[in-house]
Design a protein around this ligand. Structure first.
Ligand SMILES: Nc1ncnc2c1ncn2[C@@H]1O[C@H](COP(=O)(O)OP(=O)(O)O)[C@@H](O)[C@H]1O
Ligand SMILES: [Mg+2]
Length: 264
């Protein structure tokens, strides 16, 4: 079978003939996509190409119209984001859901708080959460000394994004999906995200990285997949063996002849 992972094993994720319609709009038209174990995939395409819809289907945020999803070769039914998280798929959106009234530390552990003392007391280990939170904030490039007890509501958009990324880093998801995570981020925060994506493979994760900045994608991914009008039109581009210009041509669907004709 084509598209198999190393050793002929099934890939971590395989999406087959995925269709998604919003009324008259066909956001996905028989899209085929896979992610191997410990692989960083860059997903590129013009605005409206269907990138966010594809990952929303994979993260259980929107139901597919038709098609199949397999995880390690087993067909799965992802009815909601909880299903996807239970299957090890963690997604970070541009505006990730965080609770503004709660602290950074509490948001990092939301629903998965470490306990201290006897289990029946159900007492959260606040000190442990604060400790882990401080370390994670440094890792994602929040260098200013923001205490982990700070409420999310007083952070900038970029800082909130960094907290969401820190959450995915800490909980050992098999696949971490980042949909334009560097939008609205400062330089240090952006570097933090890129370092995270670069390091994800070594810590055993797979990653789908969607970003506006094609140079950022080239810097950190193993393989580039391009979508156009709801379809995957290229899925094995090696960023080490091709140029940004060539990939831009694939994104726009223009051949070199088209481009010459357009500028002459
Ligand atoms: N909730 C929605 N309702 C109607 N149309 C939508 C919705 N979400 C996305 N679309 C449409 O689906 C297509 C793909 O969008 P999207 O997946 O967001 O693209 P991308 O992330 O590549 O920019 C676009 O034509 C978009 O307008
Ligand atoms: Mg999008």
């Amino acid at each position: 079978m084509p598209n198999n992972g190393p050793n002929g094993s099934e890939p971590l994720i395989r999406m087959v003939n995925i269709r998604k319609s919003y009324g008259q709009v066909q956001a996905l038209v028989d899209a085929n996509f896979h992610v191997n174990e410990r692989e960083i995939v860059g997903l590129l395409g013009d605005n409206g190409a269907g990138k966010s819809t594809l990952i929303k289907v994979l993260s259980g945020a929107v139901p597919l119209t038709s098609g199949d999803i397999f995880i390690r070769g087993k067909k799965v039914d992802l009815r909601n984001t909880g299903d996807a998280i239970a299957h090890g798929i963690e997604t970070i959106y541009q505006d990730s859901a965080l609770v503004t009234q709660l602290s950074i530390a509490r948001n990092l552990f939301l629903g998965r708080e470490p306990l201290k003392g006897p289990r029946f007391l159900n007492r959260m280990d606040q000190a442990a959460m604060n400790d882990v939170a401080s370390g994670l904030l440094k890792k994602v490039g929040i260098s200013k000394n923001i205490p982990p007890t700070t409420p999310i509501g007083s952070l900038s958009g970029g800082e909130r994004q960094a907290v969401a990324i820190a959450r995915a880093m800490h909980f050992d998801s098999d696949l971490i999906i980042l949909d334009e995570p560097t939008n609205n981020l400062g330089v240090a925060e952006t570097q933090g995200v890129l370092n995270f994506v670069r390091g994800a493979r070594d810590s055993g994760h797979s990653c789908i990285f969607i970003a506006h900045n094609i140079h950022h994608v080239f810097q950190v991914v193993d393989r580039i997949v391009v979508m156009r009008r709801g379809k995957v039109v290229a899925d094995d581009i090696d960023p080490k063996k091709t140029t940004v210009e060539e990939v831009e041509r694939i994104i726009t669907g223009m051949s070199e002849a088209d481009i010459k004709a357009a500028v002459s």
